[in-house]
Structures are given as C-alpha cells and as structure tokens.
Design a protein around this ligand. Structure first.
Ligand code: ATP
Length: 396
C-alpha cells in the first residue's frame, strides 16, 4: 500500500497556555512511501517526526494537506478506520493479560462484517506469533519476558489485524544495545516477509540507516533530504545532513574559497575552479584522510587508537569547528607518533564544501548531484503513469 503525504503542515498552539505563539511541528511535508518499502523518518528531537507519524496514523489531524493510502483519501478518517498497526517505544502491553490475550485483543474488538470467529482469531494469532518467533511464550505474562520479547509481542499485536501500513515510533529506544541490534534485524526480517509498507521513526541515524530502504531526514519540521541511506551519507545536500549522518561524525573546518582555490587556514586543499570567493565550511568524513608526509592539511597530533583493521587518529587544527579532528586510516599507514604534527591528503569523494552563510552544499566540478526530493517525486509519478498505461493496455 502506497502512502502519499501531500503538503502536510501541522501547527500546534504553544504548550505554554499563557503564550500565544504557535508551533509549526511539520511544515509542507510532501513525500510518497512506495508500496512495500521500509522508510526511516530521521531527525533530532523536536524535528516533527512523531507528529508526522501520528498524522499518518490519524491520531493527529493535519492543519492543512492531504494523506492518501493507495488511492483513498484518509485525511479525515479516524485511526481505527485506516488499517494501520502502531508500535510505540513503551510496548504498552496489558500487564494482567498473557501474550496470547494481548495479541488477541485487537481482534476481539472487531465489529460488524469484520468480526471473526474464535477459530479465525486463533489462526491469526498463530500466524503472527510464528512470524515474530514467540510461539513458546504465548502463556507468559509481559513481566516474565525481556524487553526485546515484549516489543515483539507489541509488533505481533500491531500485525494481527493485517494492517495496510505499519507505523513504528522509536520502537527500540527502551532496549539495551544488544537487544536493540537484534530487534532491529527482526523488524527488518518481519517487514520483508510480510511486505507491509512500514514507516519507522527514530533519532538514531545508525538505526535508520541500517534497516531502511530509504531515509527522510528532517529538521524543524522540514524535509532536508531523501534517498537511500548510503546515497544520503555519500552526498549530503547541506551541513546539517552531513553532520547528522555518520559515526564518528564528520570533521568540520572553517575554510574559504579564494582565487578559485579552496583553503583551510593558509593551506591550499583543492582547486575551486569557477567558484566565487566565499567563506565556507569544509566537511571531511573520518575515512576521508590519507596519511602522507607531503599532504596538504597539517594537524597537531594528539593520540591514536588501534581498532583492529583501522587506526583512529586524534588530532586538532586551529580551523577545526570541533575540539578534535578524528581520522580513521588503514592500520598499515606509516606515521611517527612522536612527531608534533601529522599531514593528510584528502579523498575528494569524502570532502564536502558548504556555503558558510546558507550552510548549503557548494558543488565542485565532477561532483555528482544528490538525488533530490523533486527527482524522487517525479520518478514515483512516472512509475505510476507507466503502471496506468500498462493496465490500460492489458484492459484493451
Ligand atoms: P522527539 O524525538 O523528541 O519525540 P520529534 O521529532 O518526534 O521529537 P515531535 O514530537 O513531532 O518531534 O514535535 C515537533 C514539535 O512540535 C516540537 O517542537 C514539539 O514541542 C511540538 N509539539 C508536539 N506535539 C505538540 C502538542 N501537542 N502541543 C504543542 N506542541 C507540540
């Protein structure tokens, strides 16, 4: 089931009752979630991810804009009529009920023509408990299970009504690191097996990147960039996106373009042919440094940490926007740890330049332009036209 959000905006009155100020939680959000895909909605706290998810679920109503599930306009429909499954951070299971009763619960509330016989209900429960691999825990109560298992019960409960769309709001936040990793792989497997269109909200970039077909990066209610996770990491459109993705984070330097050359401090880093003079930020991913005694960028060496195959070198630079510069280089890189300084060359594909004023990317000769939202929406539209044409041909 394709989910289409058309120019969705949500404005809340301030939570402070004395203030008349309005809060724009989501601003003109236009995006299409393709059928059967897992999309990660990603951004820092307060960027509007949960509000977007709640509008898709029907728990919140947009101030303006429209939401479609397939061809159905669901903007005015209440949550129970949308055919969604919702999973929250706090599993929200009924503590006095067994796992079986918890999963059965949404089916027992079905009314009218949706009503199921006891046998049908138990069949559905069987099916989803197999899917989430909880068959042997059906008679347990939630408090007799680990956090990861409880979250799987919550997922089973969301899936038991065979929803058209599965919505997950920070489902892994309450789990410890090991369970988080395990459960996110589980979610990916379940999503692949069921093929349910899924939207997954998280502030954790690693989590979103590892399981999503596509990510949508948000800031202050506005979409910043969409694309496949690797693509967004490799080709950020602005400083915010470049800083938000990647661990260890990107290194940011104050730089300038002058006389068609790019400088960090007094060191010339690269050619900037055809570019106007301007102040910039230069972002270099940790894996973008190559140790070279004749390198162009000189940093003050602080320490190094061996991490098996790689070595992480900690240094500093007067023009660095952060207290340290962290590079990750091959463990076979040769350098003198007793030296005061270390020199680097920089891999072009791992260096991004941003206009200091607008923080938007400055593209250089040979840079691939990032996959853009407009391009994405055009692709979706042309796929749809293609499908329509094929259907018409088939019908003819
Ligand atoms: P988090 O990860 O912290 O939940 P988020 O990205 O999901 O953040 P939202 O919860 O969607 O962000 O909130 C977006 C903005 O809207 C925030 O500034 C928040 O304070 C505000 N907001 C959300 N719900 C309401 C509400 N009911 N009334 C007033 N303001 C709200």
């Amino acid at each position: 089931m394709k989910v289409q959000l058309q120019n969705i905006t949500k404005i809340f009155p301030s939570r402070n009752k004395k203030s008349k100020e309005l809060v724009t939680a989501v601003n003109d959000f236009t995006f299409t979630v393709p059928d059967g895909k897992l999309i990660g909605l990603l951004g820092p706290s307060g960027c509007g991810k949960s509000t977007t998810l709640y509008m898709i679920s029907g728990l919140e109503k947009p101030t303006s804009g429209k939401i479609f599930f397939g061809e159905d306009d669901v903007t005015e429909l209440p949550p129970e009529k949308r055919g969604i499954g919702l999973v929250f951070q706090n599993y929200a299971l009924y503590p006095h009920m067994t796992v079986r009763q918890n999963i059965l619960f949404p089916l027992q509330n079905l009314k009218g023509e949706d009503k199921l016989t006891k046998e049908q209900m138990l069949d559905h429960v069987d099916e989803v408990t197999k899917l989430v691999q909880l068959e042997q825990y059906l008679d347990r109560k939630p408090n007799q299970m680990s956090g990861g298992q409880q979250q799987r019960v919550a997922i089973a409960r969301a899936l038991v009504k065979m929803p058209r769309v599965l919505l997950l709001d920070e489902p892994l936040s309450n789990l410890d690191a090991r369970l988080r990793l395990q459960t996110r792989e589980e979610i990916r497997r379940i999503q692949r097996e069921t093929g349910i269109t899924t939207i997954f909200v998280t502030h954790d970039q690693e989590e979103a990147m590892s399981i999503s077909d596509m990510i949508v990066v948000m800031k202050l209610g506005v979409i910043q960039q969409v694309g496949e996770p690797q693509e967004v990491y490799d080709n950020p459109v602005n400083l915010f996106v470049s800083k938000f993705l990647g661990t260890p984070p990107i290194n940011v330097f104050n730089g300038r373009i002058s006389g068609e050359k790019l400088y960090i401090g007094e060191e010339e880093i690269a050619s900037a042919e055809g570019k106007e003079d301007m102040d910039v930020y230069v972002g270099i991913r940790p894996e973008g440094f190559i140790v070279d005694p004749n390198g162009k960028l000189t940093c003050n060496l602080e320490s190094r940490e061996v991490m098996g195959r790689d070595v992480s070198i900690v240094s500093n630079h007067p023009e660095s926007a952060n207290p340290i510069v962290r590079s990750i280089v091959d463990s076979e890189s040769v350098f003198d740890m007793d030296a005061q300084t270390i020199k680097y060359n920089i891999k072009k594909s791992k260096m991004f330049v941003f206009n200091k004023e607008t923080e938007e990317r400055v593209f250089f000769e040979g840079d691939k332009l990032p996959y853009h939202l407009t391009q994405y929406l055009e692709e979706i539209k042309s796929e749809e036209t293609q499908t329509e044409e094929n259907t018409q041909e088939d019908n003819a």
